[in-house]
Design a protein around this ligand. Structure first.
Ligand code: GDP
Ligand code: MG
Length: 294
């Protein structure tokens, strides 16, 4: 699974990622994160420790692509990548060029985190226009999405504002409507704060992962059903006198018999079930943690 982040520079993407790793590496509700490469782990933990003391990371242009495992009960079970790079930022280029780049980013994504600075929303300054531009571009790009994705709108630096009301969120109106009418997008919007008193930090990622895992489980479920139907169909071909004669004929000819084909399909269904089974408990635990599915 691939997670893509969208948002202006300085909105708090790197801070969020490091903070989230610091918290989720320790674990929450049976879930934990593991960076596959030890250098990434060390870098993120170092950043997270500083953020805990309100020492925020220096801006960097460096492209970083991280590979993680979501773990459940200490076992690696769901791999994903997350790109933290300038390419994910909304650039001050022409709209047409920006639209093309955004489209490309989204096409490669199974999960999207859209970042927006709470202070910019509340202060209604020039950055609000930047946010409007970003949401307009997103709204357009999402029209072309034709497979399921999870999308979290992350409202950063919530510690710097007293409250966020509907009026502040006005730049999101169009995007919210586009998400509502799309049958492919599961979304949530959540304020977060990173620092000595973190708020909601693990939620956006766990939501997007939940959607990704759910989609995979659903897909496996469909495959299992198809294999089971084929097994049943082949098995029916062995019934009756006709089936008996056919089987003798196939054996004599050295053909694969319907009975064998039925068995093969059942084995495929079982193999797929073995892939599905480890996803069930985590999906249920995530639903509970995120208070979904009621
Ligand atoms: N108060 C506060 N400041 C934050 C928070 N997150 C980020 N910042 C500030 O925003 C700056 C830019 O954050 P950064 O993560 O580098 O943004 P990026 O360019 O989107 O990766 C940081 O240096 C911090 O000063 C937060 O949760 N609370
Ligand atoms: Mg950054």
């Amino acid at each position: 699974m691939r997670i893509v982040e969208i948002g202006h520079e300085g909105v708090g993407k790197t801070t969020f990622m490091a903070s989230m790793y610091g918290i989720l590496h320790k674990g929450i509700e049976g879930f934990s994160l593991r960076a596959i490469h030890i250098n990434d782990h060390n870098r993120l933990i170092k950043l997270a420790k500083n953020i805990e003391q309100n020492k925020y990371p220096a801006p960097t242009d460096q492209r970083q692509e991280y590979q993680f495992y979501l773990q459940y009960q200490g076992q690696d079970f769901f791999p994903f990548t997350w790109a933290d790079y300038r390419g994910g930022a909304i650039r001050e280029t022409q709209d047409s060029e920006q639209a093309r780049l955004l489209q490309k980013d989204l096409q490669q994504a199974d999960g999207v985190l859209v970042f927006c600075d709470c202070q910019a929303l509340v202060q209604k300054d020039a950055r609000r226009n930047q946010i409007r531009r970003m949401t307009a571009l997103m709204t357009n790009a999402l029209k072309n999405i034709e497979r399921p994705i999870g999308l979290a709108v992350v409202l950063t630096k919530a510690d710097l504002v007293d409250e966020i009301n509907e009026d502040h969120l006005q730049p999101f109106e169009g995007l919210t409507k586009a998400i509502e009418v799309s049958e492919y997008i599961a979304s949530m919007r959540i304020p977060i704060a990173c620092g000595c008193e973190p708020i909601n930090v693990p939620i956006p990622l766990l939501f997007v992962l939940y959607v990704g895992i759910y989609i995979q489980a659903n897909y496996l479920g469909q495959e299992i059903e198809q294999h089971q139907q084929m097994a049943k169909y082949y098995e029916q071909q062995t019934h009756g006198f006709g089936g008996f004669v056919q089987e003798l004929w196939d054996i004599v000819q050295g053909n694969t018999t319907y009975r064998e084909m039925s068995q093969e399909s059942l084995e495929k269904a079982i193999a797929k079930y073995k892939e599905l089974e480890p996803l069930i408990a985590p999906v249920e635990a995530l639903e509970k943690y995120l208070s979904l599915g009621e």
